[in-house]
Design a protein around this ligand. Structure first.
Ligand code: ZN
Length: 217
């Protein structure tokens, strides 16, 4: 099962990815993790990527593409993969199509999570995190037992600096500009499914399972 998951920050990509991974036994692959792993293991690609990162530059597409090609051929991808955060641009999507065809793992389904601005605003501005242990709360949907304090370690909860309406607008514009063409690209291939993500996680996952049940194993 070769899958891509797309959606703006706050759409619940992380939660859905966890649910997909445990249901279908395929690895969740994000470009961030992939980069960190290559740097940590000091691979040739990792060294190359790091030279750009140290210079404060974006890691170029050919380095990222090579990492993806390498990663998807690891033994844990035998049953497929769930790619998250890649391809991020139309250029990457076109390059990735060639790579995926070359290694015999073409994308079968693209899950595009869709959420309205108001829902995202509510999710993001209500989010509180524990700076000490990383626990995540939400003032309405997942409040801590004592207001402003972490259940797990008692630390004062904080709001992430970029969890503001202004930053959300910037991120949404950015997402629209770069990712919309990628989703259009997969729409044209007939493999994308748009899923309303402003629902409870179990309901969203129910819709995803319905889509995936139509894929051959
Ligand atoms: Zn904590």
């Amino acid at each position: 099962m070769n899958l891509l998951i797309m959606g703006p920050a706050g759409a619940g990509k992380g939660t859905m990815s966890d649910m997909i991974v445990s249901e279908y036994d395929i690895p969740h692959i994000s470009t961030g993790d992939m980069l960190r792993e290559n740097v940590k293991n000091n691979t040739e690609l990792g060294k190359s990527a790091q030279s750009y990162m140290i210079a404060g530059k974006l890691v170029p597409d050919d380095v990222i593409n090579a990492m993806v090609e390498d990663r998807l051929q690891k033994p844990d991808c035998q049953k497929g993969y769930l790619l998250d955060g890649f391809p991020r641009t139309l250029v990457q999507a076109e390059a990735f199509t060639k790579i995926a065809d070359k290694i015999g793992k073409p994308v079968e389904s693209v899950i595009a999570l869709e959420v309205g601005f108001d829902t995202l605003k509510e999710r993001i501005t209500g989010r509180r995190i524990c700076p000490k242990c990383g626990a995540i709360y939400h003032i309405h949907t997942k409040p801590s037992k004592t207001e402003g304090k972490c259940d797990a370690c008692g630390s004062d909860l904080v709001q992430r600096k970029d969890d503001t309406v202004e930053q959300l607008k910037v991120r949404m514009d950015e997402y629209e500009k770069s990712t919309k063409p990628v989703i259009d690209f997969y729409d044209a291939k007939g493999v994308a499914t748009h899923i309303a993500a402003d629902r409870k996680p179990e309901e969203v996952f129910g819709s995803i399972k319905e889509v995936l049940s139509t894929l051959s194993k």
